[in-house]
Structures are given as C-alpha cells and as structure tokens.
Write a protein that binds this ligand. Structure first.
Ligand code: NAD
Ligand code: WQD
Length: 343
C-alpha cells in the first residue's frame, strides 16, 4: 500500500483529500498543528472511510520535529503539502507570520525529503498567482502578476523555491504544482467541510452562515464591475473534485508518468460565475432566502477570473464533474450539520 504524507490534512481541502486517498487504497499520515482546524475532523474522516489515519500534531516550521516525524513514518511515497496560513487580509496585517509559516514549512519539507528518500511532492498553489489575468479563461502559461497580498506572494515565492530546488537537484524530486481556483462545498456525507475560524472571509461560508442565522446579512462587495450583473466572477469548484485531482497527481508521480520534474496545473471548472449568480443559485437549490446588501468593493478583489482547465483535463486526466447546484447543496447540508453539532 503506498503511503502519502498530507500536511494540513485536518484542514478544509486536506481532509477531503485524505478521504479520497483512503478511498483509493492509500495509507495516509496527517501532520497538522491544528492552527486552523480541529482534531475532531479525524472523526469525520473515520466516519466516512472507516479508517482513522495516523495523525501527528506537529508544526511544519519545526525542523527537528519534522525530521523525527519522517524517521517515525518511514517509506513515505509522496507528500501533499497543504499546510499554510491562507487568510489574505491577515497576511497584510501580519506579513512575517505568513512568510515564516508558509515558506518556512515548505523549505523544511524540501530539505528533509532527500534525507528521508522521499521524492514526490504536490504543492498547494492558487490562481491568485495570476492576479487579474489579461486573457480569460486563464491558462498555466499566463503571466504571473505582482502579488496582491503577502499571502499570494508566499504562493508565488513557494513555486519559485520548488522550481529552483528541483533545478539544482533534478534527480531528487518530482513535483506537481496545483493552482486551485475557488474551492467550495463539502463532502456529500456532511461529515466534513469548511470550518472557518471567526468571521468568514470567503463568500460561501458567509452565505451559509447568513442562511442559518449566524450572520445578519451578506455584504456583496460591489456590483459596478465590468461583468454582466456587475458583481465579481470566479471559478467555483467542488472541494471533492479538487480533492480527487490530488489523488490523480500522486498516482501520476508514482507511476512515473510525470513528463518533467515540475508540472503545473490549473484546477478549475472552466465556468465563471458571479457573486450574485452564486447567491441566487444557492437560494434556489436550497429553497432559502439569504438577506444581502450591495456595498462598496473590497480592496484587493480582482474583477473576474476563471480557469482554462484543458491542460489538467488532457494531461493530468482529471476533470471537475460536480454541478454548481450540487456543490451549493453540499455547502448548505454541511452548515446545517454544523448547527446541529452546536445545539
Ligand atoms: P485550511 O486552513 O483549512 O487548512 C490548512 C491546514 O494547515 C489547517 O488545518 C492548519 O491547521 C494547518 N497548518 C497551517 N500551518 C501549519 C503548520 N505550520 N504546520 C502544520 N499545520 C499547519 O486551508 P485550506 O482552505 O484547506 O487550504 C489548504 C491549502 O490550499 C493552503 O496551502 C492554501 O493556501 C491553499 N489554497 C486554498 C484555497 C481556498 O480557497 N481554500 C485556494 C487556493 C489555495
Ligand atoms: C469571492 C467573491 C468577493 C465574501 C480568496 C483568496 C484566494 C483563495 C480563495 C487561498 C469575491 C465576494 C466574498 C463576502 C462578497 N484563498 N465576496 N462578500 O477573494 O476569490 O479568493 O479565497 O488561496 O487566494 O484571495 O474568494 O470567497 O473571498 O470571494 O461579495 O462576504 O465573493 O468580493 O468577488 P477570492 P472569496
């Protein structure tokens, strides 16, 4: 059985990826410092899969702890590195925390991999590296624009660190960089999903928390953009579709199919939807009204971005399949399950 180390594995995307890895017969080891997730997520993973993965409560920026973890869990066949801080606004207020956490973690893992004879590495990147693309839909060879936040910069620098490290020692590493668009939704079991700390920054958790009554009103940040209904457009992808792409990427590396030492793929649906379209679709499929108000633009927001997923579809052999309706139903089911747990 191949063994995969998943850093950030009790997080939103990590937990869904762990489920899909287990479903595909992989052994999983999770490393997470629980800075933005709960150990209870392991219960959800076990409920869905019947398997409770090995879990190490370790901070990836602690080199010695990570070295010991690699010695304890031998014969790791691949690493999926989700562990990072990801709140754009917080990164503007606390840039050094983001550079230390996101880049320190990455550097530790890249340094430890050859020592422990681990070769395969999947990196969580983001469409944020493109900024506002000049051409839409956006392909992997679109120019990287100056980052709009320290968080986005950690993804750009992270990709460069990977490329430079592998250029210096191509025989030691194979890496696949996955640029996610906007993951939303939750596992159909509603046993795992997005667990935002405090007031959600992202659209979907704010919508579902408003719908359930935790928030008074959704603020729609601007309807004066150059889009059909004036609100921003994004490529919203079901988190389970995204998780499945990671299994495909790991299998690609393990099978030796990777065409080069570093491959980069956009993980999106190729479908651009506006904030108001998401809101209206959410209300329709879940038969619920969400109080909202159009307010001013949010600083740093780009106007519109959606993926050209052809490269991932054709070369990676992966395609997003979930409809936006099903995705929004899963988000609502998860929020209702959370409410049940709170009461
Ligand atoms: P998340 O916060 O839910 O998960 C990240 C996990 O990493 C959390 O469980 C957190 O406790 C853990 N973590 C953070 N720093 C750590 C450290 N130093 N050591 C150990 N564990 C640590 O976030 P997510 O939405 O699942 O995102 C996962 C990855 O995907 C991140 O790298 C993020 O930047 C990237 N990403 C997310 C999105 C998105 O919209 N959610 C989009 C693009 C890229
Ligand atoms: C989506 C749209 C908002 C909240 C961010 C990060 C990106 C990645 C994904 C980590 C925008 C609008 C939102 C609200 C709103 N994260 N909105 N009211 O900004 O596309 O991307 O998360 O990698 O790096 O930048 O996602 O969900 O915050 O916003 O109107 O209360 O919804 O203006 O147009 P975003 P988002």
């Amino acid at each position: 059985m191949s063994k995969v180390l998943v850093t950030g594995g009790t997080g939103y995307i990590g937990s869904h990826t762990v489920v899909e890895l287990i479903n595909e017969g992989f052994e999983v080891v999770i490393v997470d410092n629980l800075s933005n997730s709960s150990v209870d997520v392991l219960d959800g993973i076990e409920k869905i899969t019947g398997v409770r993965p090995a879990f190490e409560n370790i901070d990836c920026i602690e080199y010695v702890s990570m070295d010991r973890m690699f010695s304890k869990h031998e014969n790791i066949d691949a690493i999926i590195h989700f562990a990072a801080s990801k709140a754009v606004g917080e990164s503007v207020e606390k840039p050094l925390l983001y550079y230390r956490n996101n880049l320190g973690s990455l550097i530790n893992i890249l340094q430890l991999m050859p020592i422990h004879k681990v070769k395969n590495f999947v990196f969580s990147s983001s469409c944020t590296v493109y900024g506002q693309p000049d051409v839409l839909p956006v392909t992997e060879d679109a120019p990287i624009k100056p980052a709009m936040s320290p968080y986005g910069n950690t993804k750009q620098i992270g990709e460069e660190i990977i490329r430079d490290t592998i250029y210096a020692a191509p025989s030691l590493y194979t890496s696949i960089i996955l640029r996610y668009f906007n993951p939303i939704g939750a596992h159909p079991s509603a046993e795992i999903g997005e667990l935002p700390n405090g007031v959600p920054n992202n659209l979907l958790p704010f919508v579902t928390q408003t719908a359930i009554g935790l928030r008074k009103q959704l603020q729609v940040f601007g309807d004066d953009y150059d889009t059909p209904d004036g609100s921003c457009i994004r490529d919203y992808i079901h988190v389970v579709d995204l998780a499945k792409a990671h299994v495909v990427a790991v299998k690609r590396m393990l099978s030796g199919e990777a065409a080069s030492n570093v491959e980069t793929f956009n993980l999106g649906t190729g479908r651009g939807l506006s904030v108001l379209e998401i809101l209206n679709t959410f209300e329709k499929v879940n038969d619920i009204k969400v109080p909202y108000k159009i307010v001013g633009r949010r600083e740093g927001d780009i106007e519109k971005v959606w993926a050209d997923p052809a490269y991932a579809n054709d070369v990676l052999g992966w395609k997003a399949t979930e409809s936006v309706e099903e995705t929004l139903r899963s988000a609502w089911a998860w929020e209702k399950n959370l409410a049940g747990k709170r009461n």
